[in-house]
Write a protein that binds this ligand. Structure first.
Ligand SMILES: [Zn+2]
Length: 388
């Protein structure tokens, strides 16, 4: 038999209004009485402990962040994150939070309310606040120091359904200064709890819903042509693909359908489970330069060339497990219908993508693909994507 292993310590709670469980969940990890009566007995009565909410401008504007914080009457700090988090900006935010701790009290736990960028940033911050490095993310990501910390307890509430960051031990951080995508990875990047509350995704516009679903779809499909796939990841991948294909069209027609929203959220989490074992592959490898140079949103860039890669795997019969023809037809029809290979043309043209081939071919990602490819093969994939 082929050896395989599986490890994932994240507690998942998926239910309607799961966000309301936050106070109770938090009490498993921190001393709530200290948090809720935080002032010292000294005449200055300084605040001793606090919580940190990492979130997006949208969640603040729509007051969702306020509602969440109102459930726990503690001292809160709020850290606002923009899409595709930048390494230097995150370092700066960690320094600011350390300064704030002097007046607002030591942060006992980090709660993230947002999409992949927010959750990835929260992972970096939960690690960064626990170290004595002056610039911890630099140290880990530019100088490749080992990520060997016990992070603050981290609870993630995804507000989209896509990256699966709530379940993976990875955080993507962008080093814009050096035009590089960095990955913070390791057990320190696992959250304690993922609270999957589909009502948090109801206000997500269609385009973000689509890009998120395409990201989850990519994670699952990339597992099926991945040399590191395991029986567990392959099973997760097939389930996630079916859930996306069945439920995304329902959301497209009825955006407020909470059942369909919950199923796509489930798919994102399950495909995150798949890549947390099997990693992503060639399609993600192609995507990162597109995001760095042309600001293609992640869910679109990683799915933009799935169709030509799908056809290549099919031609070479290189699937990691046999798939029935009906299922393969459904997968291909889904890609044709939502057409990420066409949507990407709003951001860059064929020549622009082909000029980036040397950056797309990263051994750690391209190396997990079931076929041996060279730069010319990637060029052909790009060509076929633009002519499909
Ligand atoms: Zn992805």
């Amino acid at each position: 038999m082929e050896a395989w292993k599986h490890f994932n310590p994240v507690r998942i709670i998926a239910k309607h209004d799961a966000r309301k469980e936050l106070p109770q969940i938090l009490s498993h990890y921190i001393d709530m009485s200290a948090l809720l009566s935080p002032r010292s007995d000294t005449p200055q009565a300084v605040v001793l402990y606090s919580l940190l909410l990492v979130t997006s401008a949208g969640m603040i504007r729509r007051k969702t962040a306020d509602l969440l914080m109102a459930d726990i009457p503690a001292t809160w700090s709020v850290c606002e994150i923009s899409p595709e988090p930048d390494l230097d900006i995150l370092d700066q935010k960690i320094q600011e939070l350390r300064e704030q701790e002097k007046s607002k009290g030591k942060i006992l736990a980090v709660i993230a309310l947002g999409g992949g960028s927010v959750m990835d940033s929260a992972k970096a911050i939960a690690c960064g606040l626990q170290t004595e490095f002056k610039t911890p993310l630099h140290a880990w990501l530019r100088d490749k120091k080992e990520l060997n910390v016990s992070p603050l307890p981290l609870i993630l509430l995804p507000t989209n359904a896509g990256t699966g960051a709530e379940i993976t031990p990875f955080a993507t951080i962008w080093d814009n200064k050096n035009k590089k995508k960095c990955s913070l990875a390791g057990e320190a990047c696992f959250a304690k709890v993922a609270l999957l509350d589909p009502s948090l995704t109801l206000s997500l516009p269609w385009v973000d819903t689509l890009y998120g679903a395409l990201d989850a779809f990519s994670h699952a499909l990339e597992t099926l042509w991945n040399t590191t796939a395991t029986p567990m990841s392959l099973s997760c991948a097939q389930t996630a693909l079916s859930l996306v294909m069945e439920n995304l069209p329902i959301i497209e027609e009825f955006p407020q359908n909470i059942e369909a929203r919950s199923k796509v959220q489930e798919a994102a989490c399950i495909s995150g489970m798949a890549i947390s074992q099997s990693h992503s592959s060639i399609s993600h490898s192609i995507s990162y330069p597109l995001t760095l140079h042309y600001k293609v949103p992640h869910g679109l860039s990683c799915s933009a060339f799935l169709l030509p890669i799908f056809d290549l795997v099919e031609k070479e019969n290189a699937w990691k497990i046999p798939l029935d023809n009906d299922f393969k037809k459904q997968l291909r029809d889904f890609l044709k219908k939502y057409a990420p290979h066409k949507l990407v043309r709003d951001f860059c043209n064929k020549e622009q993508t082909q000029n980036l081939v040397h950056e797309m071919f990263t051994p750690e990602r391209a190396g997990t693909f079931v076929l041996n490819l060279n730069g010319n093969d990637i060029k052909n994939i790009l060509e076929n994507g633009f002519t499909s």
